[in-house]
Design a protein around this ligand. Sequence first.
Ligand code: SF4
Length: 416
Amino acid sequence: MPHPIKILPVAQNWDCHTCGDCCRRMEAVITDEEKRRIEALDLADDPEVAPKPWFRPASGDKWSLAHRPDGGCVFLTGKNYCRIQERFGAEVKPFVCRLFPFLLIPAGNQWRVGMRFSCPSAAANRGRPVAQSEKDLIELSRLLEKHVGRSADSAPAPPLRPGQQVAWPELLRAVQVLTEIVKDRGDRVERRLRRCLAVARIGAQAKLENLSGNKISEFLKVVSAGLEPEIPGTATDVALPDRVLGRLLFRVLLAIYARKDRGVSGKPGVGGRIARVRDGWQFARGHGHVPRINESMPEITFGEVEARPGMPPELDETLERYYTVKLSSMQFCGPSNFDLPFWAGVESLVLTFPMILWLYRAFGDRPPAEALQCAIQLVDDHFGGDRMLGLPHIRHLQRTLVERGELEKLVAWYGR
Ligand code: SF4
């Protein structure tokens, strides 16, 4: 019997510090059974609970927890506690709230553990080592199997590219090669990601479906070693992104990744659909003041962001942790990232790097570690979860950046 979960291969820490951010931001979708269970609790006259309705219809027979006008979940107390947990225990909470910020991703005969770095505690690596939560995660994996009605081995492996299928063990070997590149401290993280992109480019052209056992990892290691002399040694050796194709498309996508409609303060205030279109247009132009599309955004111009210094090398470790978790959890492809094939998922993950580093510069009036955490939180809130990123025209923009060689240049430009 295989171990039911695969814990993270990095020293990632986490404990909930009850900031309440997830309870303001997350759309918690629950089952009909969970709704009935909550309704049966003695909560209606609780002064800490908002008046009904507590639920809004979601798709199918699902429901989502309603939010108060200030953005908080109807069960969030004035002290940022979940009232259901406070009075009845964590096991009574909706499953999705219990699981956050963890992700359990089916991968063959195991659930692979991932994390949402939109949780400030996960981004800041605060709390106990995740390995210490193994028992809870095993219990959650069993609950998840009941919740979704299927086991980890019921999900097919995502294709490497459309139409090219390999089994889970081979796919996991491929991800292991990429994880080793990301953990190779002989380079800055910026170059490690350019190496991943180069391997993805060759991997996506190769006929890998007939390679079994260790042959895929051996092939990819040979590719990686062979490409080594071709990959510019430092970010400044890479050509600049094209002004129109590279930078404009990047900023269009950045307007999605940098957005946060609701923050810890609970202020909804950065606008609705019209504001999104207006802000998107301003991002595309890339001149003048940066629209305030999240409550952390300071008064700053696009030009000032570009002129700010890059991230110091000592913060590479934070990004190494982030990318190792995203890769090893398999969150970057398949159902947890809009059904992207493996190599396209790698590229979409690498695209988060220039996004994070642009935001790091924008938050440059904060201490560097805090600026980076804030940038990671924002970007990861969207990665794999924001429906906008799954829209065909947005995916087309991402593909264009990759196919025209602009993604590699953007990684180098913002990693310089
Ligand atoms: S965002 Fe993270 S730290 Fe904050 S309440 Fe949610 S789980 Fe806890």
